[in-house]
Write a protein of this length. Structure first.
Length: 264
């Protein structure tokens, strides 16, 4: 069992060097898994298992090869799951940064494109970046279950138009602004939080945090938190209140009026 406790042996050496970020020769390990709390936890778990087995053996308990194999396989499976998690974070960041890149391009060509041109150019990236059917369902709360299938389809379509129109209206000029990604963190319910800022020419920073979830094999935005204010919560409060007073047709008309006001 000393072989399994020795950090110069395998598979322990593999886990140990991943945690330290060096190769067995003492050189930086290329392609290693980025350090993080999950990796450190797994590394500690693996090494703890070796120590546990060795300690019990020295005290007289016997662990056969099958038991050791099960423990080794379990620990390595946990370790090998880490690259997938890191890949998921990278994919989520790419979604946000692709959106930002398209917004910057539109801002720089804002006058030449006009509102209609900005709308058409932003439509594909907004549809790709956002899970608009999911957001549409959330913003109307309990009223969603009362909508007919036709109403649901109509609302998603109208809400999607509003989302694109809002971006086309707000990003209508460029004066030196730039986006910067600050951090990517795990959020609740297997979601990811991508923290970014919009930096104005005078140095002022506007915080823009994105919440993403994975739909199928694609990460999509489901909420934007600007300066601490959740857009999802704000719309939900506004829409449910309006639905209570004016019903489905009233809300749909209000949204369409908003879109028309952007069109000018």
């Amino acid at each position: 069992m000393k072989y399994w406790r020795n950090r110069n042996s395998k598979p322990v050496s593999v886990i140990w060097y991943l945690a330290c970020g060096i190769s067995p020769k003492g050189e930086p390990a290329e392609g290693r898994i980025p350090q993080g709390k999950h990796l450190r936890f797994v590394c500690d778990l693996v090494l703890g298992v070796w120590d546990f087995i060795y300690l019990r053996q020295t005290l007289g308990s016997r662990y056969g090869p099958q038991c050791v194999q099960i423990l080794v396989t379990t620990c390595l499976a946990l370790t090998l799951s880490l690259p997938a998690a890191a890949s998921g974070t990278d994919s989520a960041v790419k979604v946000v940064e692709t959106l930002h890149a398209e917004l910057m391009g539109v801002m720089k060509q804002a006058d030449a494109l006009g509102y209609r041109g900005r709308y058409q150019q932003l439509a594909p990236v907004v549809n790709y970046s956002y899970d608009l059917p999911f957001i549409s369902k959330v913003v109307v709360g309990r009223y969603w279950s009362k909508f007919s299938p036709e109403q649901k389809e109509q609302f998603v379509k109208t809400f999607t138009k509003l989302s694109i129109a809002t971006y086309a209206n707000q990003f209508s000029g460029y004066s030196g602004e730039r986006f910067k990604t600050i951090a990517a963190e795990e959020s609740t319910r297997d979601r990811l939080l991508i923290k970014t800022v919009l930096i104005k020419p005078n140095g002022e920073e506007i915080e823009l945090d994105y919440i993403l979830h994975e739909k199928g094999r694609q990460w999509q935005i489901i909420n934007v938190i600007a300066q601490g204010v959740s857009d999802l919560s704000l719309k939900r409060a506004q829409y449910t209140s309006y639905l209570k007073k004016n019903g489905f047709d009233g809300l749909l008309q209000k949204i369409n009026d908003k879109i028309k006001s952007y069109e000018g």
